[in-house]
Structures are given as C-alpha cells and as structure tokens.
Design a protein around this ligand. Sequence first.
Ligand code: PLZ
Length: 448
Amino acid sequence: MTDVSEASAPVPLTEERRIVTAIPGPKSRALHERRLAVVAAGVSSALPVYIERAHGAILVDVDGNQFIDLGAGIGVTTIGHTDEAVVSAASAQLAQVTHTAFGITPYEPYVRVAELLAEHTPGDHAKKSLLVNSGAEAVENGVKIARKFTGRRGVAVLDHAFHGRTNLAMTMTFKSMPYKAGFGPFAPEVYRAPGSYPFRDGLSGTEAAAHTIAYLEKTVGPSDLACLVVEPIQGEGGFMVPADGYLPALQEWCSTHGIVFIADEIQSGMGRTGRYFASEHFGLVPDLVLTAKGIAGGLPLAGVTGRSEIMDAAHAGGLGGTFGGNPVSCAAAIAVFERIEQHNLLAEAQRIEATLKPELLNLQQKYGVIGDVRGIGAMLAIELVEPGSTTPLPEAVNSIVAFAAQQGVLLLSAGTWGNVLRFLPSLAISDDLLGQAVRVLDDALAAL
Ligand code: PLZ
C-alpha cells in the first residue's frame, strides 16, 4: 500500500446504531445555520444531520450519532460506505494521475470500465460505452446517440419516471414539484405515456403495454420516435415493479419499429436487485443501458453502454466532456466490479430481500395503511394509503421518516404522491441491522 492509501484508510466503526444527542445535534444545528447563509435554498436536505464519517451501512454525524443507513446516498454506496477496496484503488489512482481529460490523452482505467460494462450489461452482442459524470448526463447522451443513430427526434418516456434535473432529463421526469415547477421552458419532442403500476392500475402486463403502445402510436407515431427510455423498476417514482410481460412487450414494439430501447438502470442497476441489472429479471436486452450511482462506490461516474452500431453512430468528437470517465472514478468502478464478484454481493441483495420482504409483509398484516409491499432484492418499498383504498398518505410517510431519524434509522421517501417508503440499503448491511430498522419502523407505524 502507498502512504496515501494508508493515510486515508478508514478507522473501523462499530456496526451499531447509537443516538447520543437530540436529532439534529448541536454541532449539526450550528453547521445548518452556516449552510443556510451560503447554500442555495433550492438545495435541501431530507435530514440535516451533518455526516462526518461512514462505513458499511453506518453513518456517523458530527455529534457522534450513528445511523443505520437505508438509503445508501440514494442507491449509490451499494457495496457499502468507504469500502476498503474502493478507498485504496481510488487513493492510489489519485496519487498516480488525477485528470488528463480522456478526450485529450486517454488512460487505461476508462477502457477497463468499458470492458466491464460490456461484459456485465445484458446481451452477448458487441457493445461500446461512453463515460460521463452523472445520471442526468448519461440520460442526455443516451438520447443524443439514439437521435443520431435513427435520424429521428422523438423521445418516449413513462408516467412517474425520473431521469434527472438537466433540461432534457428534467423534461423527461414526470413530477412537477419539486423537479420542474417554474424551471421551463422544457425540451421539445418528449412524449409521455402511461406505464404499468400494478397496485394502482390493476392491469396485466399485456394490457398495460397495449395502453402505452396505443398512446404513443396515437400521439406521436413510431416512425418519429428515436427512443423509448424506461426505468425497469422506477426509482423516485416509487419502486414500481411492472406487471409481468409489460417491459418485454415494449421492447418488442421498439424493435419492430426501429426505436432504440433504452433502460435507465441508474437506480436499479449495479447489483441492487440481485442481478447486475434489473432488466435481467424481465428478460430484457436493452439497446442501450444507462448506469450511474452504484457504479463507482460513491465517486461520480456514469455510463451509456450499448450496441456497437448504435454507439458508433456519433462521429469522432461528438461525445465527451472535461471530466467524463475521470481516472479516480474509473479506478473506484473497477474495484466495485471486483468486489461484487469476490464477495458474491448479488447474493447479498437476495439475502436482503429474503430478510426484509417477509418483515414488511408482516407489518402489512398489522397496519392497514400499508397498501402495497413491492420491489426486488435490495430495492424494496411500501406504499402508504388510507386503509382499504389507494388514497395516498404522504403525511404518514413524513412522520415515519422523522420518527425513524430520531431512533437512528435513515429512511428515504419516494413516489409521485410522496407516500412511498423505500429501502435501498447497502448490500453490506447485516441482518441484525435490518432487524433493528424493522423494529423502529414497527414502532413508527404504531405511533401514527
Ligand atoms: N435516472 C432512474 O434515479 C437519480 C435523484 C436525487 P443523477 N435519482 C436520484 C435528486 O433529488 O436529484 C436518477 C435516477 C434515475 C436518472 C437519475 C439522475 O441521476 O446522477 O442524479 O443526475
């Protein structure tokens, strides 16, 4: 090991939940005062406890409180916070070469990440990749490449989608508040169709797909569509697992009409659901796969990976960016792939589902407000409604999130109506910590 990685090696934390002050504690409150003076109001924080350290599935704040992290930085630290392999690979790369701009002078780690993405994304066809910095940038580039390849302009997306916050990605995102309100004008040529939301629409996959397709055929027509962009399991929208057969029917329609089928696997990918990509659960082989979040263990990196003939449609120099595929992020990503293989982390996602889902189903028996329990692997959710109805209960979600925070459990909400609690822990979380989190959730539900 180099001096650098030794200096930055994390001191082991105790794997425990521990609350020693009011939440937020005095140091967090003081930091929050400073922040309010200088950080734009539009940037908000769900839980304003300021984090000083993190490891595995534990966050430690500046006041010494320790939280069980069921959010993993919105599905980013999938293999755990400050994973040793990621820290040492990134530290070594940082000391070796931090930046050259791949578009000026290239380096090996970018090539290696592209090889790993080609190997692990669905399908055996020849694949190529572009690396960028964020999920939104991957979305923008996926659309850009699909347009260039097809010579068409239309972009189809689904109800409840989330694709990012840049102008095109924001346009493709469903929800107005907080993502879009007042931020127009929006990008042209984006067409939104109904999707599959079994809890709310009660449709089979075939029926829901027929709706989506009929809607797009009437409103835009397939010959004007460059691409259809779907999250195989919608993330911010509320972890909806589409009905059986829905996604394959969409993919088939796309391939019949020469529409590029793009899977936004930014939240659902990189092992989160117990397969490398959620597309695999549905038998999909997308033309392009978008990755970000979990790919680099917490460092900013995102990718567009897909059929070589589509990816190569863009002329030399047509794709790029200053920081895209940064060497330190690439080194971290290589370590993430190795870690998933060496520690059989896909099985850990299955373990988390096997531990957590039955507990959530038990809670559903006990509390009528849990209308639906859904998800795959370490991407699970409950939807809270007025008992016996589908009327959303966002206030209940807010109270549970606040209650859990006081008890040292960080829970994230989601959903178009803000009435979904999502569980997306790191795959490193122990069954013991999960059990503690469930007991806190039980108490929070009882306290409603
Ligand atoms: N596509 C499916 O989940 C990011 C958003 C957090 P970026 N989701 C978390 C927030 O409040 O902005 C996301 C996603 C899917 C695209 C994105 C966008 O990825 O890396 O945040 O740009």
